[in-house]
Ligand binder design. Structure first.
Ligand code: DGL
Length: 270
């Protein structure tokens, strides 16, 4: 059985790549719901419905464990999905990226900035998870809604311009840590580190999730022992866009075969 990585779009490829780099022995399936991205400005009900469909499609394709790499989905939908799927897919599990980021944030500092989608900011999930670990930490959210669209459409120069504007929101807060609370933002981490300088520790999920997964698999031998080790990776998207294909080829440095998948009947997609 395989490890699934689900995201609303192309950003989760960066997480998938970091997992494959650290644990190349496993078989992986990536699914990006590019046809319905971005999720981050959708209502909670839709994020839950779409994420649930994506995760289910990965279970049907033989995944034992699915990493929900999308923060908007981790924030809003994950707990409900874990309960639902526990019943329908016994022995399978879904893991998110938000709690590992909160854990890393409180190790890093006490004045924590978070950039994320509007849905993640509205959910208050980062503040909640950080405060469970450190009641004294101060958390400053900034929703950065234009970045995902810019990145999905390949407008990286515009993304960098918008990013610079968004980061000004933290200038009065003296933050010591910034969490990149969206799968797409590791693609801008070099620029973010450049804008903020050395005084701010930037937490990028691609740098922390692989170790967390390794730790999880060490503690859950019943799951680890069921994972197949053929070093294969399959790529699916609900719409094959030029940008997702390009990023997959760039990261995995080979001519990636990406297949379109319908996670619901074609007539009921929107
Ligand atoms: N993948 C989403 C997340 O990490 C961002 C993109 C979106 O809005 O769909 O929140």
């Amino acid at each position: 059985m395989k490890i699934g990585v689900f995201d609303s779009g192309l950003g989760g490829l960066v997480i998938a790549y970091s997992l494959v780099s650290k644990m190349p022995q496993y078989d992986y399936i990536y699914l990006g719901d590019t046809d319905r991205a971005p999720y981050g400005n959708r209502p909670e009900r839709e994020i839950l419905e779409y994420t649930s469909q994506g995760v289910e499609a990965l279970f049907k394709k033989g995944c034992k464990l699915v990493i929900v790499a999308c923060n908007s989905a981790s924030a809003d939908a994950l707990r409900v999905i874990q309960r639902q799927h526990l019943k329908a897919w016994p022995g399978c599990n879904t893991l998110g990226v938000l709690i590992p980021s909160a854990e890393q944030a409180v190790i890093s500092g006490q004045r924590i900035g978070v950039i994320c989608t509007q849905a993640t900011a509205d959910s208050g999930a980062f503040t909640r998870e950080i405060h469970k670990l450190s009641a004294t930490a101060e958390v400053f959210h900034k929703a950065t809604p234009r970045l995902v669209d810019n990145i999905e459409s390949g407008q990286m120069l515009l993304a960098k311009h918008n990013l610079q504007q968004y980061l000004k929101a933290f200038s009065g807060h003296n933050i010591d840590t910034l969490v990149l609370g969206c799968t797409h933002y590791p693609l801008l981490k070099k620029e973010i580190r450049g804008f903020l300088g050395d005084a701010v520790n930037v937490i990028s999920q691609d740098e922390i999730v692989p170790a967390k997964l390794q730790d999880y698999l060490t503690r859950h031998k019943e799951i680890a022992s069921d994972l197949s080790t053929g070093s294969n990776i399959e790529f699916f998207a609900t719409k094959i866009t030029p940008t997702i294909k390009k990023l997959a080829c760039q990261l995995f440095s080979k001519s990636v075969l990406m297949e379109q998948i319908y996670v619901v009947g074609p007539s009921a997609r929107h």
